[in-house]
Design a protein around this ligand. Structure first.
Ligand code: S3P
Length: 182
C-alpha cells in the first residue's frame, strides 16, 4: 500500500459483516479500527434512526460524507463504512485516493438473515426487507464492483472470511502492520 493509501476500507450492503470482519482484520494486523456509523452517531449526537427521522436521509448523507472523508485523511487502519457510503462519488473518490477498498459481497439470503437480527436500519423499515435489499443489490452491486478486492461471504465463519481477505492481500503484497501470528 502506498503512503497515501493507508486505510483498509470495507464496503458492502447492510448485513454483509463489515463491522465484525473489519474489527477482526484490524485485530489481526494490529492496527486501529473505526466504524464510520459509530463516528457519525458521535458527530451528530444522536442515533442513525433518529438522524433519518428528524433530519432526513440527505442530512445523514452529508454527515456521512464529512465524517468519512475526515477519517480517511486523518486515520490509518481499518474503516468499516455504512452500506450507502461508497455510492456517494465524493466518498468513493476519497476512498480511491486514501484507501484500499474491500467489498464484502453477500447473497440476498445471507443479507436478509443477518439484517433480521438487528433493528435500527432505517432503510429497511418502510417495506419488506427482502425486496428492499434486492433493490439495493441491483442498484449498488455494480458500483461496489469497483472495489480493489471482492470477497464473497456466505455461510462462512468470520475467521474464514478473514482468511480469504488475508490470502488475497498477501497475494497482492499489500500486508501492512505486524500480524499477530508472526
Ligand atoms: C445504510 C447502511 C447503514 C447505515 C444507514 C444507511 C445504507 O449501515 O449507514 O442506515 O444506506 O445502506 P450498515 O451497512 O452498517 O448497516
Amino acid at each position: 500500500m502506498t503512503n497515501n493509501r493507508k486505510v483498509f476500507v470495507l464496503i458492502g450492503l447492510m448485513g454483509a459483516g463489515k463491522t465484525s470482519i473489519g474489527r477482526k482484520l484490524a485485530e489481526h494486523l494490529n492496527i486501529g479500527f473505526v466504524d464510520a456509523d459509530q463516528e457519525i452517531v458521535k458527530a451528530a449526537g444522536c442515533s442513525i434512526p433518529d438522524i433519518f427521522e428528524i433530519y432526513g436521509e440527505p442530512a445523514f448523507r452529508d454527515v456521512e460524507e464529512r465524517v468519512i472523508i475526515r477519517l480517511l485523511t486523518k486515520e490509518t487502519g481499518v474503516l468499516a463504512t455504512g452500506g450507502g457510503a461508497y455510492i456517494n462519488p465524493n466518498i468513493r473518490d476519497a476512498i480511491t485516493q486514501h484507501g484500499y477498498c474491500i467489498w464484502l459481497k453477500a447473497s440476498l439470503d445471507i443479507l436478509v438473515k443477518r439484517t433480521a437480527k438487528r433493528t435500527g436500519r432505517p432503510l429497511l423499515k418502510p417495506g419488506e426487507p427482502r425486496e428492499i435489499l434486492r433493490d439495493l443489490m441491483d442498484k449498488r452491486y455494480p458500483v461496489y464492483a469497483r472495489a480493489d478486492l471482492t470477497v464473497e461471504t456466505g455461510a462462512e465463519t468470520v475467521d474464514q472470511t478473514l482468511n480469504a481477505i488475508l490470502d488475497s492481500l498477501k497475494q497482492q503484497t499489500l500486508m501492512i502492520g505486524e500480524s499477530k501470528d508472526e
